[in-house]
Design a binder for this molecule. Structure first.
Ligand SMILES: Nc1ncnc2c1ncn2[C@@H]1O[C@H](COP(=O)(O)OP(=O)(O)OP(=O)(O)O)[C@@H](O)[C@H]1O
Length: 293
């Protein structure tokens, strides 16, 4: 049944009209971003150096790189949790100077209120924003449908599996109607099968909401599947090493992702990127050994 959802604002329409309907134009500009952590012993870590890029509305970007290359630092700066030592981030020409509902975050785990019901978790943002229940409940119910949790809405979060908890986290993030969704290893703690299902859900949400999504992952396969743009970062100092524009995310929407993975181009890119990261890890190990000698 098609229901009018004008009560919850123009971007929250029913599933039939979802496609692109939540999309608000947004442009994220990252300009010469550097982040240096000064350590108590007088030395420092250059976590990021001169990172610049523009991310257009509705882009799905995955970020990959060896441990310590600054992925989380990068995301935390975009979220407004950290201030860069140099450079700036703007969203729609407004400087990012702290956390804001326009930039939603989905963590690997542990960011839900375990004692609350699924529905109360998903409606948390609108409630905290002081919105009237009648204005947001339709949308919350709709999001519960979208992530497949309608039958679990009265359960407490601690009663759910890890995959279901991440569905709650995605719905809770969307309930705030952010311009940009930042995901830090959101599927990293899930078993392989659940992870694959959740990758499909991320693609579905991306396609249906038109949101800009930036996702950090340690998995080359996941970065290829969920990266319309894929950023490979290099460490010491953390920087952009290479960027890809890929067809797999668009091809994977609504499909069995194993079919996408069987594409010879997918396998070729996976090998290329694995070797790239392997070489970086080897170089780091080499430098560490040299420093010890
Ligand atoms: N608060 C901090 N103080 C000092 N050094 C830090 C701090 N946060 C991060 N670092 C250092 O900055 C570098 C980048 O860290 P970051 O966590 O961003 O990398 P990452 O690519 O996300 O790593 P991983 O893949 O292991 O999560 C690392 O060398 C890390 O030790």
């Amino acid at each position: 049944m098609t229901r009018a959802r004008t009560d919850v604002g123009p971007r929250f329409l029913n599933a039939d009209t979802l496609k692109g309907a939540w999309c608000r134009m947004s442009k994220l500009s990252i300009n010469n971003l550097s982040m240096r952590f000064d350590l108590p012993n007088g030395s420092f870590v250059q976590a990021l150096k001169d990172v610049s890029l523009d991310i257009e509305s509705g882009e799905l970007m995955s970020v990959l790189g060896p441990s310590g290359c600054g992925k989380t630092t990068f995301l935390n700066i975009l979220a407004g949790f950290l201030s860069p030592t140099e450079g700036s981030v703007t969203l729609n020409d407004n400087a990012v100077i702290g956390p804001s509902a326009e930039r939603g975050m989905v963590f690997q785990q542990g960011a839900l209120f375990e004692w609350m019901s699924v529905r109360d978790n998903v409606s948390f943002g609108p409630r905290m924003a002081g919105r009237k229940k009648k204005d947001y409940m339709d949308n919350v119910n709709h999001l519960l449908d979208v992530v497949g949790l309608q039958d679990f809405k009265d359960k407490s979060v601690y009663e759910l599996s890890g995959g279901m908890q991440q569905r709650v986290a995605l719905a809770r993030c969307l309930a705030n109607d952010p311009d940009v969704i930042l995901m830090d290893e959101p599927l990293g703690a899930l078993d392989a099968l659940t992870r694959e299902k959740m990758q499909g859900l991320v693609l579905k949400l991306w396609k249906e909401t038109g949101k800009t999504i930036i996702l950090i992952t340690h998995s080359v396969e996941e970065a290829l599947l969920l990266g319309q743009r894929l950023l490979v970062m290099a460490p010491r100092p953390g920087r952009i090493h290479k960027e890809y524009r890929l067809p797999f995310a668009a091809a994977g929407v609504g499909k069995d992702l194993r079919t996408v993975k069987r594409d010879p181009e997918f396998a070729e890119k996976r090998e290329e990127i694995l070797s790239m990261i392997w070489d970086m890890e080897e170089e780091i190990m080499g430098r560490t050994e040299e420093a010890k000698a």
